[in-house]
Design a protein around this ligand. Structure first.
Ligand code: IPE
Ligand code: IPE
Ligand code: MG
Length: 233
């Protein structure tokens, strides 16, 4: 079983357009997929689930869509805290939150602190997240702390990334048919197994997750070694 699954939840808009619905209907339906996949991960003993909800580039979308997405995020945070506690889920939100409204920032703080002592699944929502932002931000932090060029190591940089509390994702899933990373976990995905599916995010469910996991389990992760070395170990 992968310890850490990361998902680029893509295809909400196309799911809706195909049904002659406004794009937002796809985002609303996508929240149901989040519920299903979180529940499936809890049941299967996955320890970390990381979801790409809003990228640092998604601000370029029409203002109305951005504002509806913010409202949806707000609603989910308010409604789900109790359920997360019932299911022993620890919530983390990563990304440049400074660009969000103050009340949304406060809500995020509250949701994180109210679930902080839960020991089951760690659910990370990436909001206004970008892999390049994450790395630049880690560098900024280290320079502020007074580190010198000769101190710099991969471990040190990793330790200042937004998701330093989690192991790197074992598997990275992207729904919606595109085969690109769109500035998601650039550093952390160095050795993730990629899984692309045509399924739009609103149609993704526990069975679809099981298919992805089954594909992951058939792969040989070599981390630079030869197949013979891996088989011998
Ligand atoms: C992913 O679905 C959700 C967000 C980026 C917020 P999209 O909204 O990108 O859906 P498509 O790619 O247009 O179908
Ligand atoms: C990536 O999806 C971001 C999220 C799923 C939140 P996009 O739909 O924004 O990606 P591009 O623009 O097609 O690369
Ligand atoms: Mg998209």
């Amino acid at each position: 079983m992968p310890k850490h699954i990361a998902i680029i939840m893509d295809g909400n808009g196309r799911w809706a357009t195909k049904r002659f619905l406004p794009r937002f209907a796809g985002h609303a339906k996508g929240v149901k997929s989040v519920h299903r996949v979180v529940e499936a991960c809890v049941n299967r003993g996955v320890q970390y689930l990381t979801l790409f909800a809003f990228s640092s580039e998604n601000w370029k979308r029409p203002e109305e869509e951005v504002s509806l997405l913010m409202q949806l995020f707000r609603k989910v945070l308010v409604n789900e805290i109790r359920k997360m506690n019932e299911n022993n889920i620890r919530l983390k939100v990563i990304g440049d939150l400074s660009r969000f409204d103050k009340d949304l920032q406060a809500l995020v703080d509250m949701a994180e602190s109210q679930t902080a002592s839960n020991t089951g699944l760690t659910l990370t929502i990436c909001a206004n997240y970008g892999g390049r932002w994450d790395m630049a931000n880690a560098c900024r932090r280290l320079m502020n702390e007074g580190y010198r060029p000769e101190d710099m190591t991969e471990e040190l940089l990793s330790s200042r990334l937004a998701m330093a509390y989690a192991p790197d994702p074992d598997m990275l899933i992207r729904t919606g048919g595109e085969a690109r990373i769109s500035n998601f976990l650039l550093w952390q995905a160095a050795y993730s197994e990629f899984y692309f599916t045509e399924t739009y995010w609103p149609d993704f469910d526990g069975d679809a997750l099981d298919e992805a996991i089954a594909s992951f389990q058939k792969r040989e992760r070599r981390f630079g070694k030869t197949s013979e070395q891996v088989k011998a170990s």
